[in-house]
Design a binder for this molecule. Structure first.
Ligand SMILES: [Zn+2]
Length: 81
């Protein structure tokens, strides 16, 4: 995902802003233009403290009651790398 898109995304539970805790970026060429994207990473809600992973360029954002065990595994894996 493009880093500049983060400012348009809010936490689905408390509508707080998200900030990047950890990220690994890639560069690629799109329409002849070099763009930088977050490939893997962790975003954190600045209000309630929830974590949201970015997995292979996709932000996994979902309400609290949709927590899945495989997502928790990915978060803890990225945080401990
Ligand atoms: Zn929140």
């Amino acid at each position: 995902m493009r880093e500049e898109l983060i400012k348009f995304v809010v936490c689905p539970d408390c509508r707080g802003k998200l900030k990047i805790i950890k990220s690994r970026k890639i560069e690629r060429i799109k329409d002849g233009e070099r763009i930088e994207e977050i490939w893997d990473g962790i975003l954190k809600c600045t209000k309630c403290g929830r974590y949201f992973p970015v997995v292979r360029g996709v932000l996994w954002i979902y309400p609290k009651n949709f927590v899945r065990i495989d997502i928790i595994g990915k978060i803890s894996k990225v945080l401990t790398e």
